[in-house]
Design a binder for this molecule. Structure first.
Ligand code: COA
Length: 332
């Protein structure tokens, strides 16, 4: 039986920093309010001509280099994004594959908002366990600044740009395997977080460019409450199902949406501060890129060791959610 191993991580954050102070000159807000309610101090913003695929390529190149796996052996590429280079086609995954010179891949995007990385991890695991693919590149990449309304203080303070990527490959050694992944969705909460214009469900004339802009809209407070409730249940569930205790987790890597959500879920699991990975202060919410960017921070700080166990959890528009128990298993 083939198992799926999490071999490597890479990430990229654009150079330009957008601070809370700068946002307070654009909308009616303050550094104090943003830090107190979200924990975010700054976020990165891609250059005007820098696309989601450009960022995905940089993160992916690092993940490939660190994996020790050759490009020619990568047989699938999945990209999680809600800010693709082009809204209908081609997929951002196919653009990334061509920029990286990967000529032998099945490539496609998925849309699960901030849960995107956990979803693509679960798809990669399933393809490998089914014996259909051997080395899968998964990429979470977002240029959220392209779909953010910088006149709406309820959303523009939260989001940033960036990318993260990982290589998942087949192994026969069960001790290296991703242990479990839970994913879920409930479309009855679809209106909490959405881009209402521009699609076939849009009330606007598709020729009316202004009305059909794809800006995000969010009912923040309701989203916050559902996020805490759903995430807490989900992470407790995945630990219990697998008979794993909180203290067995080396790195709890939550989706970086809001420090208060992370704290509430961490407290429910009795996680110690040193177990919880936090990047929300410097990158804000980068949706599908947030978890791999956070894993990369731990990796680059030298604190992610072979065999250590990560607990991932995510929540996002859809609504969607997911959690995963993932040992870090670089090639020996
Ligand atoms: N600066 C100053 N005041 C702001 C503000 C801002 N950026 N955004 C909202 N406010 C105001 C509101 O207008 C409201 O004012 P009022 O009381 O006069 O009506 C007040 O602050 C409280 O608004 P509320 O929306 O209840 O605040 P909150 O504590 O829920 O914080 C969020 C707002 C967006 C930070 C918070 O709800 C949140 O993080 N939600 C989850 C978002 C998220 O994670 N989304 C992605 C899921 S992946």
């Amino acid at each position: 039986m083939a198992y799926a191993a999490f071999r490597s991580i890479g990430a990229y954050a654009p150079e330009k920093i957008l601070t809370n102070q700068e946002l307070s000159e654009m909308v009616d807000t303050s550094d104090e309010w943003i830090v107190k309610r979200t924990g975010i101090k700054e976020r990165r913003i891609a250059a005007k001509d820098e696309t989601t695929s450009d960022m995905g390529v940089k993160a992916a190149a690092l993940a490939i280099e660190r994996s020790g796996i050759e490009k020619k052996d990568i047989d699938m590429l999945i990209c999680a994004t809600i800010s693709p280079d082009y809204f209908c086609m081609p997929s951002t995954a196919t653009i990334i594959s061509s920029k990286l010179g990967l000529n032998n891949v099945t490539a496609f995007d998925i849309s699960a908002a901030c849960t995107g990385f956990v979803y693509i991890l679960s798809i990669a695991k399933a393809f490998i366990e089914a014996g259909m693919k051997k080395n899968i590149l998964i990429v979470g990449a977002e240029k959220l600044s392209a779909i953010t309304d910088y006149t709406d203080r309820g959303t523009c303070i939260l989001f940033g740009d960036g990318a993260g990527a990982a290589i998942i490959s087949a192994t026969e050694d069960k001790s290296e395997a991703i242990i479990d992944i839970h994913t879920g969705a409930d479309g009855t909460f679809a209106d909490l977080l959405m881009t209402p214009n521009g699609g076939s469900g849009s009330a606007h004339d598709s020729l009316d460019q202004e009305a059909s802009s794809c800006f995000m809209q969010m009912k923040g407070n309701e989203t916050f409450k559902v996020a805490v409730r759903t995430l807490t249940k989900d992470v407790v569930d995945i630990l219990q199902t697998n008979n794993i205790k909180s203290e067995d987790i080396n790195h709890f890597v939550p989706h970086q949406a809001n420090y208060r959500i992370i704290k509430a879920v961490g407290d429910a699991l009795a996680m110690k501060e040193e177990q919880v990975v936090l990047t929300v202060a410097k990158y804000g919410n980068t949706s599908g890129a947030s978890i791999p960017m956070a894993i990369n921070e731990v990796y680059e700080s030298g604190d992610l060791k072979a065999g250590e166990l990560m607990l991932l959890d995510a929540f996002g528009g859809g609504l969607t959610w997911g959690s995963a128990l993932v040992p870090f298993s670089p090639l020996k």
